[in-house]
Design a protein around this ligand. Structure first.
Ligand SMILES: [Zn+2]
Length: 316
């Protein structure tokens, strides 16, 4: 059902981005012989329409945010992939921390904990595949018709339950051999898998959100300077809101125009306003924590990582 709804929604969005203006080539190819006065009668209204359309297009372009989310997604996917492939120090700190948390749950369940290095490897492998497939989905070379990111693709990254499903699929199909980590056992024991996937979900959320706020490279600056970045941060924390976001206007359903497909969609929940407010509060909480606790990405203390996980697991 969700797939069906989002498909409709995405289609509606994509039609808005199609060019409305007739091609100038079409105007030139009409070579029928005409009477003098006929030419005048035909050309005047044509020119009027053309001028008006160009003016409208210019105005629409300034306010049109349709491509913002794609630009955001591509840049963020590149940034995340870069950290995962290079196993940067800052990433390894977070992944090692979550690895040690995961190993504790093995102990609590009366099982021998796998080696920390293997818990680190499986987490990186899962995130690399997850971001890799997202990147492929939104790339022009693989997906020529793409003009908007589908809600189910976004949800695989930032909705806790869809992330869990995606990770299970990836773990089940992992070919990597581990000496101390039994992946099929991990998937079979509900407690362990639940804990593994939610910890990894928080790693993904915390790390990507932190990168947008703090990364000092061109990629980080680019992300922070996007016109509608605040809305994207909110949709990272409340992925459900994505279905009711108008990409063209860069606004959420109840704050848009009241007339468009997104505003008039039947799937706006009665609690949407509350959901939106909560999403914004969560985003502010994350931003405040980062601005107070993290000054330098090369020097994030263990205490900060512990507090960050605690805050996210409790309030997000
Ligand atoms: Zn609207």
């Amino acid at each position: 059902m969700e797939r069906l709804n989002s498909f409709k929604f995405d289609e509606g969005q994509s039609t808005q981005t199609l060019p409305q203006k007739p091609s100038p080539m079409l105007l030139l190819t009409d070579s029928r012989p005409r009477q003098k006065d006929e030419v005048l009668r035909v050309q005047e209204p044509d020119n009027d329409i053309k001028l008006k359309t160009e003016e409208e297009d210019e105005k629409a372009d300034k306010n049109n945010c349709s491509k913002e989310f794609l630009k955001f997604s591509r840049k963020l996917a590149n940034l995340m992939t870069q950290h995962l492939q290079q196993k940067t120090d800052v990433l390894m700190k977070f992944i090692s921390y979550s690895g040690s948390v995961i190993s504790v749950i093995y102990g609590i369940s009366g099982l021998t904990a796998p080696n920390l290095s293997e818990l680190v490897t499986i987490q990186i492998e899962c995130l690399e595949k997850l971001w890799g497939s997202y990147k492929e989905m939104i790339s022009y070379s693989k997906n020529k018709k793409i003009c908007i990111v589908k809600s189910e693709d976004w949800s695989r990254l930032y909705s806790k339950s869809d992330f869990r499903t995606a990770i299970k699929e990836l773990v089940v199909n992992t070919k990597t051999k581990f000496s101390s980590l039994d992946l099929s056992l991990m998937c079979q024991i509900e407690n362990i898998f639940e804990f593994f996937s939610s910890t990894l979900y928080y790693v993904n959320l915390i790390f990507s959100f932190m990168m947008i706020q703090k990364d000092q490279s061109d990629k980080g600056k680019y992300l922070r300077e996007l016109k509608t970045i605040e809305n994207f941060l909110v949709m990272m924390l409340s992925a459900d809101l994505y279905k009711n976001y108008n990409h063209r206007s860069g606004k959420f359903a109840i704050e848009c125009c009241g007339k468009c497909k997104v505003c008039r969609s039947k799937n706006i929940s009665p609690s949407f306003q509350l959901q939106l407010e909560r999403g914004r509060t969560k985003s502010d909480l994350m931003k405040t924590f980062i601005s107070i606790s993290i000054t330098d990405l090369t020097n994030v203390s263990d205490d900060t990582i512990f507090n960050f996980f605690n805050l996210t697991a409790t309030y997000i």
